[in-house]
Design a protein around this ligand. Structure first.
Ligand code: AMP
Length: 195
């Protein structure tokens, strides 16, 4: 049973690593960014509401995001563990997540942080915008998303470190290397909490 979070700035490669790690560990991957993009594509009421936030690179309000995650974590496929990608992004979401897990009688095992510096992030995201055409990958929006990450999400990382949950991996190494480091870090951290 493994309940993990993966946290990293936009462009750190966390989405790619989330796919690889969840597959390797045989747990479901839950990406709030992907969930919002699916709502948007299907023009659901939540998608219509979230649209302006995604386009501006702003955070969708906590209550909407948490309601979506709460519902997702009630699905039976999460019972054997999960990897949450992109949530929590604020301290308030962190408290919400603790509450949801407590309601389900669960706790978090490990939080994986993927690091990358700002110039590398902007370079990668501009490349991605050419390849994928994501509307939130223009330079101004990228810088805004990074700022929000520093302001809102870094305090979440600090909280996870205080709780002894954090494993940090350098996201600028090549992709296979990052996956190997991450899996090793998770294994070591999980072994530590098992003893
Ligand atoms: P991502 O693919 O994780 O970079 O997420 C894309 C966008 O979805 C973000 O820029 C936000 O607008 C929205 N989003 C994803 N996760 C969250 C979250 N936990 N809280 C608020 N907004 C989110």
């Amino acid at each position: 049973m493994t309940r993990l979070l993966i946290i990293g700035p936009p462009g750190s490669g966390k989405g790619t690593q989330a796919h690889r790690i969840s597959e390797q560990l045989g747990i479901v991957e839950i990406s709030t960014g992907d969930m919002f993009r699916t709502h948007l594509a299907n023009r659901t009421p939540l998608g219509v509401e979230a649209h302006k936030y995604l386009d501006a690179g702003d955070l969708v309000p906590d209550h909407l995001t948490t309601a979506m995650v709460r519902e997702r974590l009630q699905q039976p496929d999460t019972k054997d563990g999960f990897l949450l990608d992109g949530y929590p992004r604020t301290l308030s979401q962190m408290e919400d997540l603790d509450g949801i897990l407590e309601e389900n009688g669960d706790t978090l095992d490990t939080v994986l942080e993927i690091t990358a510096d700002d110039d590398e992030i902007v370079r990668r995201l501009l490349l991605r915008s050419q390849a994928e055409g994501r509307s939130d990958d223009t330079e101004g929006v990228i810088r805004h998303r990074l700022e929000l990450y520093r302001q809102e999400t870094e305090p979440v990382i600090a909280r996870c470190a205080e709780r002894g949950l954090l494993v940090r991996v350098d996201g600028t190494a090549d992709v296979d290397h990052v996956t190997a480091d991450a899996l090793k870090g998770i294994e070591t951290a999980t072994a530590r909490t098992d003893t």
